[in-house]
Design a protein around this ligand. Structure first.
Ligand code: NAD
Length: 359
């Protein structure tokens, strides 16, 4: 089915309010989730609503919380998110980082104990909109591990994301935003909902044997695991995200002494740089532009229409989905309606609030 994005945002916000979020927070989170759908990342779109609703109703997520500064060293700020909604506390943390970077040229923001931050690119784009380069090392905690270490058989990590954005004066920022697993966990969930296989080298079964069946992660009695991308190199970045995002960002890694209550939490260490503080901003913009032109004129390989930059697929998807609607599989949509009911809303009324452009 194809759903018009503005009505999807309205419905999502209404469900989050019913589950206990203040309306301003619900609106911000709904926008964040639907934006992820628009960008093509259904893994981090409205398919997350059931887990957000459950997290709030089980009181593992505090929807009223704001980011709270717990240590302030000027250019380095530590923030406790107190299980506040990721989008809300994440943007508040970035706003502090932007302000400090404008003052000092460089800032480091450690954000600990946030409820699921969702698409990390949103935080990097927020910094880029202020003209800043940013790097984000993130770990994922709060539930059982689902990713093997390189060379290992049993699960040790969740799907730590890494993100880096370089600002462009025209707003067409270069944004690398990725899980350090071959595919993001949410994409395995979407594949399971759709009943389709995942790409090769994504998963292993309980015996450590590679499989493309998403049921080994999301099926009943699932006992498989996800794999880091890019063999030892992707795994290395996953470890660094765990140690910088988890240990430095929030003193909360996947080591087994920490609680695993079932709600997804993130810790994020962000480093923000003002290019103008390093050198000549105009010369930097020109050099970046010239390199982008050089990359864009690369001859495509067989079967590829054009060479892209990190962030291009998301821009293309947004243009397409804004015009034609967001594609949602019926199982994901049903799980959103289930969560509306769970939060006390009338399923049929919620469905009727949505503009479905193609059933
Ligand atoms: P992906 O594999 O779709 O894309 C990864 C990166 O590669 C993106 O920057 C994209 O622009 C770029 N890319 C894709 N195709 C390209 C091409 N042909 N040429 C050039 N660049 C290309 O993303 P993913 O790893 O599935 O991650 C999806 C989302 O999941 C991200 O937004 C990430 O932040 C989010 N995530 C969040 C968490 C969390 O706990 N909050 C955990 C894991 C992932």
């Amino acid at each position: 089915m194809l759903i018009e994005h503005m009505s999807l945002t309205k419905v999502t916000s209404a469900i989050l309010v019913a589950a206990g979020a203040p309306s301003a927070h619900a609106d911000a989170v709904a926008h964040h989730l639907v934006e992820a759908n628009l960008k093509g990342h259904d893994s981090h779109g409205v398919g997350m609503v059931p887990s957000y609703v459950k997290g709030m109703m089980d009181q593992h997520v505090d929807p009223h919380r704001h980011a709270q500064v717990i240590k302030d060293n000027g250019a380095i700020v530590s923030i406790d998110a107190g299980t506040g909604l990721g989008r809300v506390v994440g943007i508040e943390a970035m706003d502090i980082g932007v302000e400090r970077t404008k003052k000092h040229g460089l800032a480091c923001v450690a954000l600990g104990n946030a409820a699921h931050l969702g698409r990390i690119g949103a935080f990097a784009e927020h910094c880029a909109d202020h003209g800043l380069v940013s790097m984000h090392y993130v770990n994922v905690v709060g539930h059982d591990p689902m990713v093997v270490a390189f060379g290992g058989r049993d699960r040790r990590f969740i799907t730590n994301p890494y993100c880096c954005a370089v600002p462009r004066p025209d707003g067409q920022h270069v944004v690398l935003d990725m899980a350090t697993t071959t595919v993001a966990a949410g994409k395995v969930r979407v594949a399971h909902m759709k009943g389709v296989p995942v790409p090769p080298q994504s998963l292993v079964d309980e015996n450590g044997v590679e499989t493309t069946d998403p049921g080994v992660i999301f099926g009943e009695n699932a006992s498989g695991a996800m794999q880091p991308f890019g063999a030892h190199k992707g795994y290395g970045l996953m470890v660094i995200c765990e140690l910088l995002g988890g240990a430095l960002g929030g003193l909360f890694t996947m080591q087994p002494e920490h609680p695993r209550l079932g709600a997804t939490l993130n810790n994020m260490l962000s480093i923000l740089i003002d290019p103008a503080a390093i050198g000549d901003l105009q010369a930097f913009d020109q050099e970046v532009g010239a390199m982008i032109d050089y990359i864009n004129t690369s001859t495509p390989a067989d079967g590829v229409d054009r060479v892209r930059l990190p962030g291009d697929p998301e821009k293309e998807s947004t243009a397409r989905r804004m015009q034609h609607g967001i594609e949602l599989d019926p199982n994901s949509w049903n799980s959103v309606l289930d969560s509306a009911e769970y939060a006390g809303l009338d399923r049929a009324q919620v469905a009727a609030m949505t503009t479905i452009t193609q059933p």
